[in-house]
Design a protein around this ligand. Structure first.
Ligand SMILES: *Cc1c(COP(=O)(O)O)cnc(C)c1O
Ligand code: SF4
Length: 336
């Protein structure tokens, strides 16, 4: 298949589950999809054994073929540098596992419990801080959520449940409905937060059914998407975000500051403006977590601070994200 207008249209019309099945799973396949010569991307060492390449077609369609520094390509392309992270880059950089109160539940911050709903994502971001998370040890079927729900029920300081993963939107609408019902049944939980990259990777995942689910819940919902670069937008992503916004749920964005991808004030200004112009508020700009294999993405904090100073002078106050780092404190640590 080639990278053409007609493939774009076809891709937009496929049901989202098909996109999960048809996603590109090797550098060779990606080269061919983009119409590039075999070997163009160079060696990726043994990096894909631990964390395979995974790119859904609707996102691949936004990669500029032939541009080897394309900011979308760099997020998903395995490279040899992943094999040579210094020792300070670990497998669980944010100590998730220390805060696991039950299978699938991480309780790190006051009032908020995070559910590892699945290990599956609609894309493999090479810088992902959970790239080596032991997902195999977490609940897989709905009946195994019992102990997770008990742990949340037993702690009435918890007023918010965050669906994370992996990506919770890789679950079907019917499974999500069951999960949300279980959470709704816990009286002290008021809010549901969903952290997802699906609306950007496979926009057709934002089904009418999903939006109905959010709208019909007694929980008030907040949707946090993850976009790093303005070029991740296209008409289908816009439509997906509009659908979510029509439920009344606030939509926030988190980005990761990434070397060679969005590490300039201009790139960040463009991203933030594109978000607020579509009703999405920039929430966090995350300093890279030091996960093994991601060292080549790190931007020094001093540089991040300079970018933030410029953002504050160029953007409306509400469009400036909080620049944060996960240092295992009582909240994400604001970098100022
Ligand atoms: C980031 C995170 C949250 C949410 O933190 P906010 O600052 O409220 O966005 C909750 N739990 C865990 C484990 C997290 O890593
Ligand atoms: S979507 Fe999120 S959890 Fe999934 S690979 Fe990307 S950064 Fe990691």
């Amino acid at each position: 298949m080639h990278h053409t207008e007609s493939s774009n249209t076809q891709n937009a019309e496929l049901p989202w589950q098909q996109h999960m099945r048809r996603a590109i799973r090797s550098a060779e396949q990606l080269e061919s999809y983009l119409g590039l010569d075999a070997g163009t991307f160079g060696p990726s060492g043994n990096t894909t054994e631990l964390f395979p390449l995974f790119v859904p077609l609707p996102f691949a369609d936004r990669i500029e073929a032939g541009n080897l520094t394309d900011p979308l390509l760099l997020q998903v392309l395995p490279v040899e540098a992943e094999s040579s992270s210094p020792d300070s880059y670990q497998t669980d950089p944010v100590s998730d596992l220390k805060h696991r109160i039950a299978p699938g539940v991480i309780h790190k911050y006051r009032g908020r419990a995070l559910l590892i709903t699945t290990g599956t994502c609609a894309v493999h971001c090479r810088y992902c801080f959970r790239r080596e998370y032991p997902y195999g040890e977490e609940p897989r079927s709905m009946d195994t959520w019992k102990s997770a729900m008990e742990a949340i029920r037993d702690d009435n300081s918890l007023s918010e449940v965050i669906l994370s993963g992996g990506d919770p939107l890789t679950l079907s609408d019917s499974r999500l409905a069951v999960l949300i019902e279980l959470i709704e049944a816990i009286p002290h939980v008021d809010r549901l937060r969903i952290h997802t990259r699906l609306p950007i990777m496979i926009p057709s995942r934002v089904t009418a059914e999903f939006c109905k689910l959010i709208k019909g819940s007694r929980l008030s919902s907040v949707i946090v998407i993850h976009m790093n670069h303005v070029r991740e937008w296209d008409a289908d992503v816009e439509a997906a975000i509009s659908c979510i916004k029509a439920t009344g749920a606030p939509v926030l964005n988190q980005a990761v500051l990434l070397r060679g991808i969005n590490d300039t004030a201009n790139a960040q200004v463009e991203l933030c403006e594109s978000l607020i112009n579509r009703g999405v508020l920039p929430y966090y700009l995350n300093q890279l977590d030091r996960v093994r294999g991601a060292a080549h993405f790190e931007v020094p904090i001093a540089e991040g601070k300079q970018i933030m100073t410029e953002l504050r002078t160029r953007l409306p106050g509400y469009a400036v994200p909080r620049y944060v780092q996960d240092l295992g404190e009582d909240s994400k640590t604001l970098i100022v």
